[in-house]
Design a protein. Structure first.
Length: 205
């Protein structure tokens, strides 16, 4: 990835917001393995609902994608639906989460609405979703350096530290760089997405 690429620029300006996430009590609790179970249970329910809409974002972008990247977006939708959501269903059983009965809290509602609206434009949608892909890949890599002892939280960290997830993130970066969107608008959407990412850790109690 070129240092002059749009994705590299976004990652540069996004890193302070990753640091804010690392300092958030919910993330710090996952990192230590000491996050109270009710908090993680609520987060799981919210993230499950988020990911269902995230799949819809990928499929909406796939409809607009150039032929060279149609398969990338189908792969991203498939990985989200079959891998990430499977992890959530597995963890839900261990934490007693009610995925089917959950309703969106305010952060989830605001974030999914932002993403779905942004996905009306191919370039805008890629800039808006990149905080989630890159942010979680970055968080996973950092947390995996000193993983939590609790095996349930360790599984969560390992999912986002996985090289396969990093590869999907790099594919998103390539699509973003090739989309030819306005850089200033992309920065605005990316930073808005990063703020949604941070707020998402404020799970409903």
């Amino acid at each position: 990835m070129s240092l002059s690429s749009l994705s590299a620029r976004l990652e540069e300006i996004g890193r302070p917001l990753v640091d804010e996430q690392l300092a958030h009590p919910t993330v710090a609790g996952i990192a230590s393995g000491e996050l109270p179970e009710p908090v993680f249970r609520s987060w799981l329910e919210q993230d499950y609902l988020f990911l269902l809409d995230y799949v819809r974002v990928f499929t909406r972008l796939a409809w607009q994608a150039p032929a060279a990247h149609l398969g990338d977006l189908v792969d991203l939708a498939h990985a989200t639906y079959h891998e990430e959501l499977s992890l959530h269903r597995s963890l839900a059983a261990e934490f007693g989460a009610d995925l089917d009965g959950a309703t969106k809290g305010a952060p989830c509602q605001a974030y999914t609405a932002f993403l779905l609206d942004s996905a009306a434009s191919y370039a805008d949608g890629l800039a808006a979703l990149y905080p989630c892909m890159w942010g979680y890949s970055t968080l996973g890599a950092i947390l995996a350096k000193n993983p939590p002892a609790d095996p349930r939280y360790r599984r969560w960290v390992d999912t986002y530290a996985d090289p396969g997830f990093a590869a999907l993130t790099r594919r998103c970066a390539q699509m973003l760089d090739e989309a030819g969107g306005d850089p200033t608008r992309a920065e605005h959407l990316f930073l808005a997405g990063m703020r949604h990412e941070l707020d998402f850790w404020n799970v409903p109690r």
